[in-house]
Design a protein around this ligand. Structure first.
Ligand SMILES: NC(=O)c1ccc[n+]([C@@H]2O[C@H](COP(=O)([O-])OP(=O)(O)OC[C@H]3O[C@@H](n4cnc5c(N)ncnc54)[C@H](OP(=O)(O)O)[C@@H]3O)[C@@H](O)[C@H]2O)c1
Length: 317
């Protein structure tokens, strides 16, 4: 009998990436008695009692009967729900309701979905706390690269300020523009390489980075920041000469204010060396001064690592 069971909602890049990484690492992280017992996905349907070759079967075109997601959550034997559906920056739905339903049904939740965490964190945090359940969302900021979660290693530390390059697509565009290419040319390149969506608004207009800045702030306790109150500006007006002069799209937050905007950096600023799709965060603290972390901010395996980190925390702590 498995000790822990996982229900995955949304079986795309992150869901499948997590499924694969979990099985690759399960023994080395001591989770032999944990299983992914159910999967529900808009495209593939509801999948239960499946074998390790499920992803190969789905790639081969196999689909399963559709089911209602909310009923599935309520009836599930799983004690952990992983929410990996699409991001909605207007109201966080349907992910918010999926997470609310899971917590109300007594299940821990792990999500990589920025919408519900950035927009409705307080309600979800309160619901989890009331029910003594865990709500983890490491993958929402810098994928598996440590970001706000390193604060868990630093008891008592006081964070004074955070700066970050939180959007790999816009950083990639600025890096390429610094070599003389135009915004439109590099955007097409980013789309052809799969870094940018057909509708690049979230990335290039600063909203994706802003959602991450809000989430980072909420973890620290700077609860007043949200998309409406933040100063948000993207990179559409940046020229290649601005980019080659060291302009980066930077998030900046402290207890009073938060912004995402293009900033001209001096060459000795560590962020000026963060190129391509890399992400980075600088956390200014009372005891350690500045802590700087850099690494991938998206990707199948990279985001799966974030979910694995959250899973170990949910199960072991
Ligand atoms: N990919 C990354 O590198 C990355 C990194 C960090 C965070 N994230 C976040 O993680 C989440 C998942 O990303 P992803 O890249 O895995 O997206 P994805 O490849 O598009 O996968 C999402 C899956 O969820 C399904 N889905 C959509 N609405 C659903 C619903 N109501 N009920 C059940 N299934 C539903 C989709 O089916 P259809 O295709 O039929 O809609 C799709 O199979 C997003 O919120 C994303 O922002 C992604």
């Amino acid at each position: 009998m498995a000790k822990h069971k996982i229900l995955i909602i949304g079986f795309g890049t992150v869901g499948q990436g997590f499924y694969e990484l979990f099985h690759e690492k399960q023994v080395s992280i001591g989770l032999e008695d944990t299983v992914v017992s159910e999967v529900i996905d808009a495209k593939f349907g509801f999948i239960k009692n499946f074998g390790p070759d499920i992803i190969t079967q789905l790639k081969g075109g196999k689909t399963f009967e559709k089911a209602d997601v909310f009923k599935t959550i309520r009836n599930s034997e799983a004690d952990i729900v992983c929410e990996f559906t699409w991001v909605n920056i207007k109201d966080g739905e349907p992910a918010f309701s999926h997470i609310e339903e899971a917590l109300s049904a007594g299940k821990h939740v792990i999500t990589t979905n920025k919408g519900p965490i950035a927009l409705r964190y307080e309600r979800l945090h309160e619901l989890a706390a009331e029910s003594k359940l865990k709500l983890r969302f490491k993958g929402t900021v810098m994928s598996g690269t440590p970001s706000f979660n390193i604060l868990e290693l630093l008891p008592g530390i006081h964070v004074q300020k955070v700066r970050g390059i939180f959007n790999g697509t816009s950083n990639f565009i600025l890096t390429e523009m610094a070599h003389g290419k135009s915004f439109d040319e590099v955007l097409r390149l980013a789309q052809s390489m799969g870094y940018a969506e057909a509708d690049p608004t979230l990335d290039v207009d600063g909203f994706d980075a802003a959602l991450k800045a809000v989430i980072f702030s909420k973890v620290i306790g700077w609860t007043k920041h949200d998309l409406n109150s933040m100063d948000i500006k993207g990179i559409r007006d940046i020229s290649s000469s601005d980019a080659s002069a060291g302009v980066k799209l930077l998030a900046s937050m402290d207890s009073e204010s938060a912004s995402v905007k293009p900033v001209h950096l001096s060459p000795d600023d560590l962020f000026s060396n963060i190129n391509g799709v890399m992400n980075a965060a600088e956390i200014t603290t009372d005891t350690l001064g500045k802590i700087f972390v850099a690494g991938p901010g998206a990707g199948r395996k990279e985001t799966a690592q974030a979910v694995l980190s959250d899973l170990v925390e949910v199960i072991n702590n």
